[in-house]
Write a protein that binds this ligand. Sequence first.
Ligand SMILES: [Zn+2]
Ligand SMILES: [Zn+2]
Length: 266
Amino acid sequence: MEDYMKMFMEETNWYNEIVLPKKLHSMLPHFLRSWLRTTLCAFLLYPLAAFFCVNFWKRYASSSKEKMPSKREMVWQALGAYQSIPFSTLFSTGFEWMAENGWTQCYPRISDVGWPSYVIYTIIYLFIVEFGVYWAHRLMHDIKPIYKYIHAPHHRYSKENIISPFTGWSGHPLDGALQETPYGIILMFVPVHFTTFLGLFLVEAVWGVIIHDRSDPKAWPIMGSNYHTFHHTSGRYNYGNYTIFMDWFFGTLRHPKLNANHVKPS
Ligand SMILES: [Zn+2]
Ligand SMILES: [Zn+2]
């Protein structure tokens, strides 16, 4: 385990060296350097992913009645996201810290477990993450004080025509951070390849942008952004992450087209 912890530290140190200026390495402790690195990357990744989705959307929207929010509205959404990013990255840096300090079942090389176990563990991890993210999101709705103070700011985008890819990371600073906690907690119980975990977390972050582009990917069982748009306009249902399975299993799945006339409860 000591060797593993050292290898995780070397890996995150290498990422820090790529992103941060040399001067900072002697000035800041490792945790702060990692937090700064993930925050800077998120600051860059968020607008890139959102701009990409908006451009994709322009083409999609040109043949539909759906309007994009004004540029001003999207700038406001982006400002809201930039306030939240340093808190979210504090949590994700905490997951790296957990691995570096032996709190997780992470392993550094695929050869440590072999390819078949690598694939099986990754699938198990992703399946439990689906469960965890679903319940983290659903409980944020069901526990009223948490909804009111933490999740409601993200749900002020309750009309379809003000939802945009920039909405994705916009909300209370603790909102995204709490919804990403399953990623870290499950690492304590399921062996996951460390670099794969970092990659999966990155994909999840981008997914948070994509799922607000209001498109209909028609790719069952993926929970397309039309499902998440319905989550915003109804204020309930479709709490899931990548797939519709958890909502289907727990009875909260609603197809956006079949339920288009649903009225948001007061
Ligand atoms: Zn919600
Ligand atoms: Zn949303």
